[in-house]
Write a protein that binds this ligand. Sequence first.
Ligand code: SF4
Length: 316
Amino acid sequence: MALSPYKSLELEKPAEYQLEGLEIGVTSSCNFRCNYCCAYKRNDGESLAAPEIIRLLEELPDLKRVRLSGGEVTMQYADTLAVVAYCGSRGIQTQLNTNGSLLTPKRIGELEKAGLNAIHISFNYLTAESFAAYYQLPLRFYDRIQDNIRACSETGFHTVLETLLFKGTMNSLNEIHDRVYELGARIHEIQNSIVMPHTGWQGILEERELKEAIHGLIARRREGMSLFFTCIDRFAERLDFKEGPHVHLTHCIEGKTQLHLHGNGDIIISELCHPVVIGNVYRDLSLRTVYQNRPKPLSDFLNKLPCPAYDSLYSE
Ligand code: SF4
């Protein structure tokens, strides 16, 4: 399968800053309680219905891609499906970020038919026991998620399995990669663990551990698999990271070409590491105008380009 067009926005360093991508937290509700979760105001009861999302997207004629997330996005499935279909009709690439537990064969088929381009599912554990212990969930969730991954892998959309590279996964990363392959997914995304100022989560790796894990995985890459590494672009050279066929470095587009929209209308620079509100679609001007006006928190961010992933490894 060719490289996902959805990903192309991250593969080149943004030469100029234009709003081309939007992440939408369709619902803040989630059926998981991951301790590394970066969700802004998780479970605050806020959500966005499809007609409202579509109204907001109509104001963004230059949008190239939309990521639908949460909370757990499939907890508001009907709205999610309607937005995917709308985006498909406009040629906007869509990705669903989900924990995969609430998918069903019927839903997967409907999403494919609606024109979904990619599904992104977290995958960090090799056994039902370790999964259940970490997430404090019943064992049966693990098999259900794996079944759903297999079903997604047989569709026409891209299935991306993301592994968070942290203390809990660094020693099993290669085996996790093998499992990703066996489940049928052909894109394995490695999210570097980062300090999230708003959650206080601290399970990040040291530089030596990060370097060993990355190089070990690149050497192990299974034939036909694409690897994407996220949140290491600022210090890739220091890690001696080299891109190659099927080994990709994603460039940080947060705040530069992508913003995040929360269910209460808040516009955020980056949910992942910089959850600073720069406006609200119900109080302020349109999302496009807010972005073009470069409110001070956004212009400060774009001038200084702070990066907690870099700072946690290299700041004094
Ligand atoms: S600024 Fe945030 S999202 Fe961007 S690379 Fe750094 S940690 Fe990752």
